[in-house]
Design a protein. Sequence first.
Length: 368
Amino acid sequence: MNRAEARVDLNQISANIKALINLSGTPVMAVVKADAYGHGLVPVARAAVEAGATALGVALLEEAITLREAGITAPILAWLVPPGSDFKLAVDNDIELAASSIVALEQIGAVKSSKRPRVHLEVDTGMTRGGFLNEWGKLDAHHVSNIDIVGIFSHFARADEPEQEQNDNQRARFKEMVATLESFGYTNIVRHLSNSAAILKDEDSRFDMVRAGISIYGLSPDVNNLGSSESLGLKPAMQLRAKLHLVKTVPANSPVGYGATAHTTAETKLGVVAMGYADGIPRIAKDAGVFINGKKAPIIGRVSMDQFVVDLGSDSTAVSGDWVIVFGDGSHGEYTADDWGSASLSINYEVVTRIGPRVPRIYAPHIY
Protein backbone atom coordinates (compact mmCIF):
# COMPACT_ATOMS: atom_id res chain seq x y z
CA MET A 1 0.00 0.00 0.00
CA ASN A 2 1.13 3.52 -0.72
CA ARG A 3 1.82 5.91 2.13
CA ALA A 4 1.31 8.83 -0.26
CA GLU A 5 -0.05 9.28 -3.75
CA ALA A 6 -0.77 11.94 -6.34
CA ARG A 7 -4.08 11.15 -7.98
CA VAL A 8 -4.25 12.62 -11.47
CA ASP A 9 -7.60 12.79 -13.22
CA LEU A 10 -6.78 12.69 -16.93
CA ASN A 11 -10.41 13.49 -17.76
CA GLN A 12 -9.91 16.87 -16.12
CA ILE A 13 -6.83 17.51 -18.26
CA SER A 14 -8.78 16.56 -21.37
CA ALA A 15 -11.61 18.89 -20.38
CA ASN A 16 -9.17 21.76 -19.81
CA ILE A 17 -7.55 21.28 -23.21
CA LYS A 18 -10.88 21.17 -24.99
CA ALA A 19 -11.96 24.33 -23.19
CA LEU A 20 -8.74 26.13 -24.18
CA ILE A 21 -9.14 25.06 -27.80
CA ASN A 22 -12.68 26.43 -27.81
CA LEU A 23 -11.64 29.65 -26.10
CA SER A 24 -8.65 30.42 -28.32
CA GLY A 25 -10.00 29.19 -31.64
CA THR A 26 -6.37 28.31 -32.32
CA PRO A 27 -4.35 25.08 -32.41
CA VAL A 28 -3.01 24.27 -28.96
CA MET A 29 0.44 23.00 -28.09
CA ALA A 30 0.18 21.14 -24.78
CA VAL A 31 3.27 21.83 -22.69
CA VAL A 32 4.31 18.65 -20.89
CA LYS A 33 7.80 19.58 -19.72
CA ALA A 34 8.96 18.80 -16.17
CA ASP A 35 7.15 15.46 -16.13
CA ALA A 36 4.01 17.24 -17.28
CA TYR A 37 4.29 19.70 -14.39
CA GLY A 38 4.56 16.73 -12.04
CA HIS A 39 1.48 14.98 -13.42
CA GLY A 40 3.31 12.32 -15.47
CA LEU A 41 4.87 12.91 -18.87
CA VAL A 42 3.61 10.04 -21.02
CA PRO A 43 0.05 9.61 -19.66
CA VAL A 44 -0.60 13.35 -19.86
CA ALA A 45 0.88 13.62 -23.36
CA ARG A 46 -1.35 10.82 -24.59
CA ALA A 47 -4.41 12.40 -23.00
CA ALA A 48 -3.52 15.78 -24.48
CA VAL A 49 -3.25 14.46 -28.02
CA GLU A 50 -6.49 12.51 -27.66
CA ALA A 51 -8.19 15.69 -26.41
CA GLY A 52 -7.19 17.59 -29.53
CA ALA A 53 -3.78 19.15 -28.84
CA THR A 54 -2.02 19.45 -32.19
CA ALA A 55 1.52 19.46 -30.78
CA LEU A 56 3.47 18.82 -27.59
CA GLY A 57 6.02 21.14 -26.03
CA VAL A 58 8.91 20.08 -23.83
CA ALA A 59 12.01 21.77 -22.50
CA LEU A 60 14.52 18.95 -22.80
CA LEU A 61 15.55 16.61 -25.59
CA GLU A 62 15.38 13.63 -23.24
CA GLU A 63 11.73 14.45 -22.54
CA ALA A 64 11.01 14.42 -26.26
CA ILE A 65 12.85 11.12 -26.73
CA THR A 66 10.86 9.57 -23.89
CA LEU A 67 7.65 10.51 -25.70
CA ARG A 68 8.87 9.01 -28.96
CA GLU A 69 9.95 5.81 -27.20
CA ALA A 70 6.45 5.60 -25.76
CA GLY A 71 5.07 5.56 -29.30
CA ILE A 72 3.73 9.11 -29.39
CA THR A 73 3.92 10.40 -32.97
CA ALA A 74 2.46 13.91 -32.57
CA PRO A 75 4.68 16.90 -33.41
CA ILE A 76 7.04 17.71 -30.53
CA LEU A 77 8.99 20.91 -29.98
CA ALA A 78 11.96 20.90 -27.57
CA TRP A 79 13.16 24.41 -26.73
CA LEU A 80 15.97 24.02 -24.22
CA VAL A 81 18.49 22.01 -26.20
CA PRO A 82 21.82 23.85 -25.91
CA PRO A 83 24.76 23.73 -28.34
CA GLY A 84 26.67 20.49 -27.99
CA SER A 85 23.50 18.42 -27.63
CA ASP A 86 22.78 15.34 -29.71
CA PHE A 87 20.94 17.18 -32.46
CA LYS A 88 21.14 14.15 -34.75
CA LEU A 89 19.12 12.15 -32.24
CA ALA A 90 16.48 14.87 -32.35
CA VAL A 91 16.37 15.07 -36.14
CA ASP A 92 16.28 11.29 -36.58
CA ASN A 93 13.30 11.14 -34.21
CA ASP A 94 11.33 13.92 -35.93
CA ILE A 95 11.69 16.28 -32.99
CA GLU A 96 11.43 19.95 -33.83
CA LEU A 97 14.07 22.12 -32.18
CA ALA A 98 14.15 25.68 -30.95
CA ALA A 99 17.23 27.69 -31.84
CA SER A 100 18.15 30.97 -30.16
CA SER A 101 21.73 31.45 -31.32
CA ILE A 102 23.78 31.24 -34.48
CA VAL A 103 25.99 28.50 -33.04
CA ALA A 104 22.92 26.37 -32.36
CA LEU A 105 21.72 26.85 -35.94
CA GLU A 106 25.13 25.94 -37.28
CA GLN A 107 25.29 22.75 -35.25
CA ILE A 108 21.74 21.74 -36.16
CA GLY A 109 22.44 22.44 -39.83
CA ALA A 110 25.54 20.25 -39.70
CA VAL A 111 23.56 17.15 -38.74
CA LYS A 112 23.96 14.26 -41.18
CA SER A 113 20.59 12.56 -41.43
CA SER A 114 18.13 11.31 -43.99
CA LYS A 115 15.73 13.91 -42.56
CA ARG A 116 15.98 17.69 -42.63
CA PRO A 117 16.00 19.49 -39.28
CA ARG A 118 12.83 21.38 -38.44
CA VAL A 119 13.51 24.51 -36.40
CA HIS A 120 11.52 27.17 -34.57
CA LEU A 121 13.46 30.39 -34.10
CA GLU A 122 13.14 31.68 -30.55
CA VAL A 123 13.32 35.47 -30.34
CA ASP A 124 13.75 37.71 -27.32
CA THR A 125 10.99 40.32 -27.36
CA GLY A 126 11.59 41.73 -23.91
CA MET A 127 11.84 38.98 -21.31
CA THR A 128 15.63 39.04 -21.62
CA ARG A 129 15.94 35.31 -21.14
CA GLY A 130 15.98 32.92 -24.10
CA GLY A 131 15.87 33.95 -27.73
CA PHE A 132 17.77 35.82 -30.43
CA LEU A 133 18.56 39.42 -29.53
CA ASN A 134 21.88 40.92 -30.56
CA GLU A 135 22.50 38.17 -33.12
CA TRP A 136 19.15 38.65 -34.84
CA GLY A 137 20.54 41.13 -37.34
CA LYS A 138 23.48 38.85 -38.11
CA LEU A 139 21.41 35.93 -39.37
CA ASP A 140 22.15 35.05 -42.97
CA ALA A 141 20.91 32.52 -45.51
CA HIS A 142 23.90 30.24 -45.01
CA HIS A 143 22.97 29.78 -41.33
CA VAL A 144 19.72 28.08 -42.34
CA SER A 145 20.64 26.54 -45.68
CA ASN A 146 20.32 22.97 -44.40
CA ILE A 147 17.36 23.63 -42.12
CA ASP A 148 13.62 23.99 -42.52
CA ILE A 149 12.46 27.02 -40.54
CA VAL A 150 8.93 26.04 -39.54
CA GLY A 151 8.16 28.43 -36.69
CA ILE A 152 9.04 31.53 -34.74
CA PHE A 153 8.13 32.16 -31.10
CA SER A 154 8.75 34.22 -28.02
CA HIS A 155 7.60 34.23 -24.41
CA PHE A 156 5.72 36.82 -22.38
CA ALA A 157 7.23 38.00 -19.11
CA ARG A 158 4.05 39.54 -17.67
CA ALA A 159 1.06 38.01 -19.42
CA ASP A 160 -0.38 37.26 -15.98
CA GLU A 161 -0.56 41.06 -15.52
CA PRO A 162 -2.73 41.88 -18.54
CA GLU A 163 -2.66 45.65 -18.06
CA GLN A 164 1.11 45.92 -18.14
CA GLU A 165 2.50 47.89 -21.09
CA GLN A 166 5.33 45.39 -21.45
CA ASN A 167 2.85 42.94 -22.96
CA ASP A 168 1.98 45.39 -25.74
CA ASN A 169 5.65 46.10 -26.30
CA GLN A 170 6.52 42.43 -26.54
CA ARG A 171 3.68 41.75 -28.97
CA ALA A 172 4.75 44.65 -31.16
CA ARG A 173 8.38 43.53 -31.13
CA PHE A 174 7.31 39.99 -31.99
CA LYS A 175 5.39 41.24 -35.01
CA GLU A 176 8.46 43.20 -36.14
CA MET A 177 10.68 40.14 -35.91
CA VAL A 178 8.11 38.01 -37.71
CA ALA A 179 7.97 40.61 -40.48
CA THR A 180 11.74 40.50 -40.82
CA LEU A 181 11.66 36.74 -41.20
CA GLU A 182 8.81 36.91 -43.68
CA SER A 183 10.77 39.44 -45.75
CA PHE A 184 13.35 36.71 -46.27
CA GLY A 185 10.65 34.53 -47.82
CA TYR A 186 9.55 32.57 -44.76
CA THR A 187 5.84 33.20 -45.07
CA ASN A 188 4.48 29.77 -44.18
CA ILE A 189 5.69 29.51 -40.61
CA VAL A 190 3.90 28.92 -37.32
CA ARG A 191 3.91 32.01 -35.09
CA HIS A 192 3.36 31.39 -31.40
CA LEU A 193 3.60 33.77 -28.47
CA SER A 194 0.77 33.06 -26.04
CA ASN A 195 1.27 31.15 -22.81
CA SER A 196 -1.60 30.15 -20.53
CA ALA A 197 -2.21 33.64 -19.17
CA ALA A 198 -2.27 35.15 -22.64
CA ILE A 199 -4.58 32.43 -23.93
CA LEU A 200 -7.03 33.31 -21.20
CA LYS A 201 -6.79 37.11 -21.32
CA ASP A 202 -5.12 38.36 -24.52
CA GLU A 203 -6.99 37.72 -27.76
CA ASP A 204 -4.48 39.74 -29.79
CA SER A 205 -1.55 37.40 -29.09
CA ARG A 206 -2.87 34.05 -30.21
CA PHE A 207 -1.42 34.07 -33.77
CA ASP A 208 -1.17 30.58 -35.37
CA MET A 209 -0.78 28.44 -32.25
CA VAL A 210 -0.83 28.86 -28.48
CA ARG A 211 1.24 27.10 -25.84
CA ALA A 212 -0.85 25.90 -22.92
CA GLY A 213 1.09 24.91 -19.82
CA ILE A 214 -0.23 25.37 -16.29
CA SER A 215 -3.79 25.83 -17.56
CA ILE A 216 -4.11 22.30 -18.95
CA TYR A 217 -3.51 21.03 -15.42
CA GLY A 218 -6.42 23.13 -14.24
CA LEU A 219 -4.41 25.72 -12.33
CA SER A 220 -4.57 29.49 -12.64
CA PRO A 221 -1.46 31.22 -13.98
CA ASP A 222 -1.90 33.86 -11.29
CA VAL A 223 -4.67 33.69 -8.71
CA ASN A 224 -4.27 37.29 -7.58
CA ASN A 225 -4.35 38.89 -11.02
CA LEU A 226 -6.38 36.46 -13.11
CA GLY A 227 -8.60 34.69 -10.62
CA SER A 228 -8.98 31.15 -9.35
CA SER A 229 -9.18 27.97 -11.37
CA GLU A 230 -12.92 27.91 -10.84
CA SER A 231 -13.41 31.47 -12.07
CA LEU A 232 -11.36 30.67 -15.17
CA GLY A 233 -13.34 27.52 -15.91
CA LEU A 234 -10.38 25.22 -15.22
CA LYS A 235 -10.45 21.88 -13.42
CA PRO A 236 -7.41 21.04 -11.21
CA ALA A 237 -6.21 17.58 -12.18
CA MET A 238 -4.03 16.61 -9.21
CA GLN A 239 -5.06 15.59 -5.74
CA LEU A 240 -2.23 14.88 -3.30
CA ARG A 241 -2.96 12.47 -0.46
CA ALA A 242 -0.93 10.91 2.32
CA LYS A 243 -1.43 8.67 5.32
CA LEU A 244 -1.21 9.62 8.95
CA HIS A 245 1.76 7.65 10.22
CA LEU A 246 0.81 8.40 13.81
CA VAL A 247 -1.89 10.18 15.80
CA LYS A 248 -1.28 11.00 19.46
CA THR A 249 -2.52 13.28 22.22
CA VAL A 250 0.05 15.74 23.56
CA PRO A 251 -0.13 18.26 26.42
CA ALA A 252 -0.14 22.03 26.16
CA ASN A 253 3.19 23.77 25.55
CA SER A 254 4.72 20.75 23.80
CA PRO A 255 7.57 21.77 21.44
CA VAL A 256 7.06 20.40 17.94
CA GLY A 257 9.68 19.59 15.34
CA TYR A 258 13.24 20.66 14.63
CA GLY A 259 14.27 23.84 16.37
CA ALA A 260 11.13 23.81 18.51
CA THR A 261 9.75 26.55 16.28
CA ALA A 262 6.19 25.83 17.42
CA HIS A 263 4.49 24.79 20.65
CA THR A 264 1.02 23.48 21.26
CA THR A 265 -1.21 26.06 22.91
CA ALA A 266 -3.46 23.48 24.59
CA GLU A 267 -3.80 19.74 24.90
CA THR A 268 -4.48 18.47 21.39
CA LYS A 269 -4.11 15.62 18.97
CA LEU A 270 -1.23 15.79 16.52
CA GLY A 271 -0.95 13.82 13.30
CA VAL A 272 2.33 12.84 11.69
CA VAL A 273 1.84 12.96 7.92
CA ALA A 274 3.97 10.50 5.97
CA MET A 275 5.40 13.02 3.49
CA GLY A 276 8.20 15.55 3.73
CA TYR A 277 10.48 17.77 1.72
CA ALA A 278 12.05 14.70 0.08
CA ASP A 279 8.64 14.22 -1.52
CA GLY A 280 8.24 17.86 -2.52
CA ILE A 281 6.49 19.32 0.52
CA PRO A 282 8.10 22.78 0.90
CA ARG A 283 10.14 23.00 4.09
CA ILE A 284 9.31 26.68 4.33
CA ALA A 285 5.56 26.09 4.27
CA LYS A 286 3.40 27.78 6.88
CA ASP A 287 -0.36 28.38 7.00
CA ALA A 288 -1.07 25.23 5.01
CA GLY A 289 -1.84 21.71 6.14
CA VAL A 290 -4.15 18.80 5.38
CA PHE A 291 -7.85 18.05 5.16
CA ILE A 292 -9.49 15.16 7.02
CA ASN A 293 -13.05 14.38 8.10
CA GLY A 294 -14.32 17.65 6.66
CA LYS A 295 -11.84 19.87 8.51
CA LYS A 296 -8.51 21.51 7.87
CA ALA A 297 -5.60 20.59 10.12
CA PRO A 298 -2.76 23.14 9.92
CA ILE A 299 0.95 22.41 9.92
CA ILE A 300 2.64 22.84 13.28
CA GLY A 301 6.43 23.07 13.38
CA ARG A 302 8.88 22.57 10.55
CA VAL A 303 8.45 20.19 7.65
CA SER A 304 11.01 17.35 7.92
CA MET A 305 12.56 15.25 5.16
CA ASP A 306 9.98 12.46 5.28
CA GLN A 307 7.20 13.77 7.49
CA PHE A 308 5.42 16.79 8.87
CA VAL A 309 3.09 17.35 11.79
CA VAL A 310 -0.42 18.79 11.76
CA ASP A 311 -2.68 19.87 14.59
CA LEU A 312 -5.82 17.76 14.28
CA GLY A 313 -7.55 19.36 17.27
CA SER A 314 -8.49 17.78 20.57
CA ASP A 315 -11.85 16.53 19.29
CA SER A 316 -10.47 14.82 16.17
CA THR A 317 -11.51 11.23 15.52
CA ALA A 318 -8.58 10.60 13.17
CA VAL A 319 -6.47 7.53 13.82
CA SER A 320 -3.09 6.32 12.65
CA GLY A 321 -3.34 5.01 9.09
CA ASP A 322 -6.09 7.39 7.96
CA TRP A 323 -5.70 9.17 4.65
CA VAL A 324 -5.52 12.97 4.55
CA ILE A 325 -5.74 15.30 1.56
CA VAL A 326 -2.71 17.56 1.27
CA PHE A 327 -4.24 19.51 -1.59
CA GLY A 328 -7.01 19.13 -4.12
CA ASP A 329 -9.36 21.26 -6.17
CA GLY A 330 -10.84 22.97 -3.11
CA SER A 331 -14.38 21.81 -3.82
CA HIS A 332 -14.76 20.16 -0.42
CA GLY A 333 -12.96 22.85 1.58
CA GLU A 334 -9.50 21.30 1.33
CA TYR A 335 -6.28 23.20 0.76
CA THR A 336 -5.36 23.81 -2.89
CA ALA A 337 -2.06 24.01 -4.75
CA ASP A 338 -2.64 27.78 -4.70
CA ASP A 339 -2.84 27.69 -0.90
CA TRP A 340 0.37 25.71 -0.65
CA GLY A 341 2.08 28.08 -3.07
CA SER A 342 1.13 31.06 -0.95
CA ALA A 343 2.12 29.24 2.23
CA SER A 344 5.60 28.60 0.86
CA LEU A 345 6.16 32.05 -0.69
CA SER A 346 5.94 30.49 -4.14
CA ILE A 347 3.37 29.60 -6.79
CA ASN A 348 1.19 26.65 -7.70
CA TYR A 349 3.56 25.76 -10.58
CA GLU A 350 6.31 24.92 -8.11
CA VAL A 351 4.00 23.05 -5.76
CA VAL A 352 2.90 20.49 -8.37
CA THR A 353 6.18 20.17 -10.27
CA ARG A 354 8.22 19.48 -7.14
CA ILE A 355 6.20 16.41 -6.10
CA GLY A 356 8.96 13.81 -6.18
CA PRO A 357 9.36 10.31 -7.64
CA ARG A 358 8.77 8.64 -4.25
CA VAL A 359 5.12 9.63 -4.67
CA PRO A 360 3.37 7.35 -7.18
CA ARG A 361 1.01 8.89 -9.70
CA ILE A 362 -2.38 7.20 -9.72
CA TYR A 363 -4.48 7.93 -12.81
CA ALA A 364 -7.96 7.94 -11.35
CA PRO A 365 -10.61 10.35 -10.05
CA HIS A 366 -10.06 12.18 -6.79
CA ILE A 367 -11.18 10.58 -3.54
CA TYR A 368 -12.99 12.35 -0.70
